[in-house]
Design a protein around this ligand. Structure first.
Ligand SMILES: [Zn+2]
Length: 380
């Protein structure tokens, strides 16, 4: 279903066997309907309650549940010209070695347009996109596709900070790559920059055990690789977990989008919960790279808000957030309210897409349809 605003404002109703409840934290409304007025949702609820006010134009969508359009909380569109590596699950360092040997700057406008079209076609209305090389080009492609977005200009390494790209202010945020690959001061400055402007601060956190080893002062292959290539001479390991390090640096709070969150202890999960940060899970990227599985059930049970990201096409087969949810369901039982929050609500909230991620009155009329196999896999 198209996620673009209707060019000719008019009033119509969509009816489906299941419609995402407009109330936060709830699941589906049975025999539900959405009344659309122009580009916005006018009302959402049970058909029997809306019938009297419904316009004559009623479109029955049948069995497939009607949801808000999805929000992809972690992409790297500038890598959309790459495909998956010719191997699978060899760990983070092997994947990085492969990645940096690729022509990283070669994405064409057509590559970016194709990726954005795939996002829209899968029912996504908004994306948070990490950019290190092509922030303006990815912004322009997202605009051409009509997708709400924030371009997260990423700080990496310990060299001089690059100047801000000329991406229009409402679409620009700063991101940190990770705790073992970006200087602490850069992370702190990026976090403060975002916070002053009400933006989410995105950081790859606890993605792989090499990062844990590096911060703990270990001497594993990843730690050696980073010491040789990225970290300044005299780098001293903080001897904490990545999550504790983020907390200690002051970059873990309710504005933080902690991406991956695979290698967490119980203490780390409690830290995340106390911070108010949102965890962005990318299960298919984790599987392709071979870094393990995020403790998604433990995060959800602890009350950590979670959302989903596909990551780039260099570690994910496509940009379909429903496919991402399907992969998560393979090892994480989920309720319908949890699935709705993962697909749209939590990412929209932390990223500041105020009129997306919900079917509440006033929201943009941007929808997606949940595949039936996913619906069947959800618990109560
Ligand atoms: Zn990433």
């Amino acid at each position: 279903m198209s996620t673009a605003a209707d060019p000719a404002p008019r009033r119509y109703a969509l009816r489906a066997r299941l419609v995402a409840s407009p109330a936060p934290g709830r699941g589906f409304v049975g025999d539900g309907a959405v009344i659309v007025n122009g580009a916005r949702v006018e009302a959402c609820g049970p058909w029997r309650e809306l019938r009297a006010q419904a316009p004559r134009d009623v479109r029955d969508l049948g069995d497939a549940p009607l949801l808000p359009a999805t929000v992809n909380a972690h992409t790297h569109l500038e890598l959309s010209h790459l495909g998956l590596p010719p191997f699978r699950a060899r760990g983070f360092l092997e994947w990085v070695r492969w990645l940096i040997a690729q022509p990283l700057n070669d994405a064409s406008d057509q590559d970016l347009d194709r990726a954005c079209a795939a996002l829209a076609a899968s029912g996504t209305a908004a994306a948070a996109d990490i950019a290190t090389r092509r922030p303006l080009d990815t912004h322009r492609a997202l605009v051409r596709a009509g997708l709400a977005h924030v371009v997260q200009f990423e700080r990496f390494g310990c060299q001089e900070e690059p100047p801000l790209p000329p991406v229009p202010a409402p679409h620009l945020a700063l991101a940190g790559h990770a705790l073992g690959s970006t200087c602490p001061e850069f992370l702190q400055r990026a976090h403060a920059w975002d916070k002053a402007r009400g933006r989410a601060f995105s950081l790859h956190l606890a993605e792989h055990e090499g990062e844990t080893d590096l911060l703990a002062g270990g001497d594993g292959p990843y730690a050696r690789f980073m010491r040789e290539r990225v970290l300044p001479e005299g780098f001293e390991a903080p001897r904490t977990s990545p999550t504790a390090r983020a907390r200690d640096l002051g970059v873990l709070d309710a504005s933080t989008l902690a991406v991956h969150c695979v290698h967490l202890s119980g203490e780390d999960i409690a830290l995340l919960r106390a911070s108010g940060a949102t965890a962005c899970l990318c299960p298919r990227s984790n599987a392709v790279i071979g870094v393990g599985r995020a403790p998604a059930r433990a995060l959800l049970d602890a009350g950590v808000p979670c959302c989903l990201g596909t990551d780039s096409l260099a570690s994910s087969p496509d940009l379909d957030l429903y496919a991402e949810l399907r992969a998560l369901l393979e090892f994480t039982p989920l309720s319908a309210p949890e699935a709705l929050a993962l697909l749209a609500g939590n990412a929209a909230r932390v990223l500041g897409f105020a009129d997306l991620g919900t079917l509440a009155p006033g929201a943009l009329a941007a929808f997606s349809r949940m595949p039936s196999d996913i619906l069947e896999a959800l618990g109560d």
